[in-house]
Structures are given as structure tokens and as C-alpha cells.
Design a protein. Sequence first.
Length: 78
Amino acid sequence: METTLEVRFYRSASGAEPVRSWLREEVSAEARRTIGGDMKTVQLGWPLGMPLVRKMGHRLWEIRSTIPEGIARIFSRS
């Protein structure tokens, strides 16, 4: 399957990746699977809309995942 949209994590000048760290260290395995599945859906099915993806501004998108802890919001640039 070919991806339509590339997903990359923000990396600071020091090399830190806060979103990846949050996913690995603070989110349950079940939530990680859900978020990862939603990100893959966005990658393969772009363009999509609500309830999974919402436009926030010029080239800024919000990916919303429903997880046991509530709603996870990941922001992405296109």
C-alpha cells in the first residue's frame, strides 16, 4: 500500500521528539495502537475529514483519536 501523506514527528534542535516520547512513555499500549491506527488511516486515506481529521489553519491539521483516557489530539502539517 502506498502512503499519500508522510507522517514525521517534530524534532527539536537538541534532537528531542516530544510527541514520540509522550506516546512511548505516557500513553497506554491500547491507546498507542489506536493512535497509530488512526495515523495510518490518515496516511493511506488522505484527504479525510471529521470526526478523524479537522483543518485548524493553513496546512495545519488535527488528528483526533478516541482512546480510553479521552481524546488524543495530534497536530500535523500538510
